[in-house]
Design a protein around this ligand. Structure first.
Ligand code: FE2
Length: 424
């Protein structure tokens, strides 16, 4: 073995597990592994999980906060306007530099797979070229999957459809869309049909920004499920955001969820962004725009949580910490039951890995030795503490370390030998 991690707790609840790693892959997952290795790490009962996966991000916009100005209102529409002002000023070098800096942050937080949308409405396709370059550069450290995203509308923007096809030909992985931003409901539905047919023809996955609105009549998810089912795209199509579902009529949703399940369409909620950008036209009660996560999970639909934005025109916060995303997702969905909290951990690990179609992801023998050792005993504690990533391991190599948080309080009435672990 090249590396053995001793005394690990696993997300499924197993404890006292040793993980043996050979040739960059997991070779053994067993109690008391009778083998030796060049390097051993004592996890000390800490949680060892496969890496975090962010299924929804915008790496072409990240870390552009303040360029060319700050979003004063913090609203979605000012963010879109601001992005329009920034686009002509973008340079490939700056895009690459910012994306690489975000990848540094991601790796340090155990985030080793990201699906990023890339805006293809700039005819120069500068961002596409930049992120394809970044994808190749960071491949030893993290998997970057790119979505051709027509921010200004696949039909509304005159060159978007042609640009999207050019981006796919250049090597972008996934077909995107934004039906609720087209001029009419009918155009939105038509864009879904055209984009799904293009994806089916090319054998590609689909991930659309879908119904990112408080309008309960924004029902493009129904059309997306219809075409996914019609074209046999089961397991390859995702609806991102789906915030209008928050405001839909309950009876309609009771019909909609089985259709999404039947079509094998997955859902991605972006809790940090959805609750800050939605409900802006409300007084009180004020809607929070979070899609119906527990209800979709109960209906057998895959639901993952994404970061969406970090330090960009839409959101001045964010750090690539998927435990922060899970923490917010848990709260805003009121998923406080024991199984529900564990499902929130799955929503930033195994579920998005399945949505992205990541090969060799997981903790079984034969999987890539991509692991995170967290300063926590189990997934619920990891979320509660946004626990330190003590070791981040990629293909069997330690690529990032961070100290566990400890404090020693020297109090006269307590024995001097007692060390208090800060958080547990
Ligand atoms: Fe997005």
């Amino acid at each position: 073995m090249e590396l053995i991690i001793r005394n690990a707790s696993l997300p499924d609840g197993r404890q006292g597990i040793d993980i043996g790693i050979k040739d960059g892959r997991i070779a053994a997952v067993t109690p008391a592994l009778a083998a030796t290795a060049a390097q051993e790490i004592d996890a000390g009962g800490d949680l060892v999980a496969p890496p975090f996966v962010d299924p929804h991000f915008h790496m072409d916009a990240t870390l552009s906060h303040g360029l060319p100005r700050v979003n004063q209102s913090g609203t979605l529409l000012e963010g879109i306007a601001l992005w329009g002002e920034l686009k002509p000023l973008l340079t490939q070098e700056a895009l690459v530099e910012r994306a690489l800096q975000y990848c540094d942050w991601a790796v340090g937080r155990g985030l080793l797979a990201i699906r990023s949308h890339v805006d293809i409405c700039d005819d120069r396709l500068l961002a596409v070229e930049a992120l394809l370059h970044v994808k190749r550069q960071v491949a030893p450290y993290l998997d970057l999957q790119l979505v051709a995203f027509p921010q200004d509308g696949a039909l509304r923007s005159p060159t978007a459809m042609a640009n999207l096809k050019r981006a796919i030909a250049m090597g972008v992985d996934v077909v995107g869309g934004i039906p609720h931003f087209e001029r009419t409901m009918a155009d939105g539905a038509e864009s879904v049909r055209l984009l799904c047919e293009f994806a089916a023809e090319k054998g590609l996955r689909v991930d659309m920004h879908c119904d990112e609105s408080d309008d309960p009549l924004s029902r493009h998810i129904e059309t997306l499920a219809y075409h996914s089912n019609r074209l046999g795209l089961h397991g390859r199509v995702t609806g991102s955001h789906l915030t209008s579902m928050h405001s839909m009529d309950n009876y309609y949703v009771s019909k909609l969820l089985p259709l999404i399940r039947e079509a094998g369409v997955a859902a991605i909620a972006n809790p940090l962004i959805n609750i800050t950008l939605q409900g802006r036209h409300d007084t009180y009660p004020k809607r929070r725009g979070m899609t119906r996560v527990p209800e979709m999970l109960a209906a057998g639909i895959d639901v993952a949580f994404g970061q969406d934005c970090a330090m960009d025109p839409w959101y001045n916060l964010g750090s690539g910490d998927m435990l922060e995303v899970a923490h917010m997702g848990l709260h805003v969905t009121q998923m406080t039951g024991q199984d529900a909290m564990r499902a929130c951990f799955d929503a930033v690990t195994s579920t998005p890995a399945r949505i992205l179609g990541l090969e060799g992801y997981g903790l079984e023998t034969g999987c890539h030795a991509d692991l995170v050792i967290l300063d926590a005993a189990n997934p619920i504690e990891a979320i509660r503490l946004r626990a330190a990533r003590r070791f981040v391991i990629r293909r069997g190599q330690v690529i990032s370390t961070a100290p566990a948080a400890h404090a020693t309080l020297h109090l006269p009435q307590r024995p001097a030998h007692v060390n208090f672990r800060l958080q547990r």
